[in-house]
Design a protein around this ligand. Structure first.
Ligand code: HEM
Length: 442
């Protein structure tokens, strides 16, 4: 017997109707899996409680940034995590009530991703977004168990306390670009938004698809930011040892250190921010985006393996090689991977995608605990119907949906062979026999 599911807000609704409401559709998540699509419910929530940044002037100085939290009276109602009571009534066993909390809304995540794509198309800020996601996640310390003290991808980088760390110079600009998207989608946490922006930037720049999950819970105040000094230096006395010290603390290994460093295939270093790089080169003097800085590669908005080729050759004065980049071809263990990635872009893409996804989850608290996948299962096998298509071409999403719909219309699925319709088969056999008999009779 089909279960009946009632979805009701567990918290009292505000007496006055909020001016802006956000429709938070619980779908595509663990909650949605519990709920048959016919009974999927929609909860109306206010977006008026979000944490947000207010920039007192157009200047990009960090001091102009104020992290505010509005309306403390109702903030408990509309924190970044929305709560809903899911009451499951099975008839036989009575009604069970489970409180289901979602850090981010799946539909809003998808819409936010489209807005991020538009932002990338107009601002060419792919590198900046990747660095933002990495710097939020890269503070993780695997030796600290408690959240959020352990650091990691928890949205703490939105607070001035952390933004003003030396390693984060310039990242306030990434926040300014993302804030309008955060304002539009209150059902997406900062921690998710930063990682969504980073992964989308890699993909949009031509890099591999990152098997991401979402549902990261945000820290709530600047007192939860990690102390300064958890991110790597570019020019320490012993670069390889330093990289190991910092990345091993995050629980990452040599292969992941080399693969992730490959993100420097995108972007530029600016002396006025990090102190590294030239003010401008022939590759950066005309932008796109704000001109200037020194890039690691000539085509610094294209995600490919040219970083490994270029830092190996070190032939072009206009291209940057940080001491920590050079270490990848000097240290014997790092070198194995760096050589491989310089030769084989496919190997780089595969390892990069896995390492990026792992980095993006470091230290995060997920709600629901298994996370929210907005593109199908991150580790799912390639769509099986593709095996039966004529060429080796990947099927487009639209084509996959069409094929799936056609299978489902006849009660099947592309993953499973159709069950034969015995009744129809018998009718066909009887009809064939009848025709045969009448032919023989004639
Ligand atoms: C291995 C240790 C690393 C060091 C020492 C390092 C250092 C730096 C430095 C000094 C800059 C220049 C910042 C500026 O002046 O604006 C930079 C930029 C950048 N880093 Fe790293 N980084 C490291 C690892 C990573 C990782 C793991 C990623 C991503 C997975 C990453 C992604 C980027 C990107 C995309 C930029 C360009 C930003 C832009 O153009 O605005 N880096 N990094």
């Amino acid at each position: 017997m089909a279960e009946r599911v009632l979805l009701t807000p567990s918290l009292p609704l505000p007496t006055t109707r909020p001016s802006t409401t956000t429709m938070a559709t619980i779908s595509g998540t663990a909650a949605a899996r519990m709920i048959p699509s016919a009974t999927r419910a929609t909860v109306s929530l206010s977006s008026s409680s979000r944490s947000f940044f207010s920039f007192s002037s157009s200047s990009s100085s960090v001091s102009s940034l104020q992290c505010l939290r509005s309306s403390p009276r109702i903030s408990h109602l509309f924190l970044d995590q929305r709560r809903a009571d899911v009451r499951v009534s099975s008839g036989r066993y009575g009604t069970a009530s489970v409180t289901k909390a979602l850090a981010s809304d799946p539909d809003q995540l998808k819409s936010a991703r489209e807005d991020i794509k538009e932002l990338l198309r107009t601002k060419y800020c792919h590198p900046l977004m990747i660095r933002l996601g990495w710097h939020d996640a890269g503070t993780y310390n695997k030796n600290i168990e408690e959240w959020p003290q352990r650091g990691g991808a928890n949205g703490s980088l939105r607070f001035e306390a952390e933004l003003k760390h030396g390693a984060n110079a310039g990242l306030v600009n990434a926040l300014k670009l993302l804030q309008p998207i955060k304002d539009k989608y209150s059902g997406v946490t900062y921690a998710d938004l930063f990682q969504l922006a980073g992964a989308t930037a890699v993909e949009e720049a031509g890099g591999p698809k990152i098997p991401m999950k979402y549902g990261r819970v945000d820290v709530s105040g600047p007192e939860q930011c990690p102390e300064e000094g958890r991110l790597p230096d570019a020019g320490p006395p012993s670069p390889a040892d330093h990289l190991r010290q910092v990345f091993y603390r995050m629980g990452l290994n040599d292969k992941e250190i080399v693969a992730l460093s490959g993100a420097h295939t995108l972007g530029r270093s600016r002396p006025d921010r990090s102190g590294w790089g030239k003010p401008e080169t022939k590759y950066t003097k005309d932008g796109p985006g704000a001109p200037g800085g020194q890039s690691w590669t000539a085509q610094w908005l294209k995600f490919d393996n040219s970083y490994f080729k270029d830092i190996k050759e070190k032939k072009d004065e206009d291209l940057l090689v940080l001491p920590t980049d050079a270490a990848l071809f000097e240290d014997p263990s790092f070198k194995v991977y760096a050589e491989k990635y310089a030769e084989d872009q496919e190997a780089f893409f595969k390892d990069y995608a896995e390492a990026h996804a792992k980095l993006s989850n470091l230290g995060s608290k997920f709600d629901p605990p298994e996370g929210i996948v907005i593109d199908g299962s991150p580790n799912a096998e390639k769509f099986v119907a593709a095996k039966y298509s004529s060429g080796k071409r990947e099927l487009s999403d639209a084509m996959r949906q069409k094929i799936r719909a056609e299978y489902e219309a006849v009660g099947g699925s592309p993953e499973k062979a159709l069950k034969s319709n015995y009744f129809l088969n018998i009718i066909i056999v009887i009809a064939a026999l009848a025709i045969l008999t009448s032919l023989l009779g004639n």
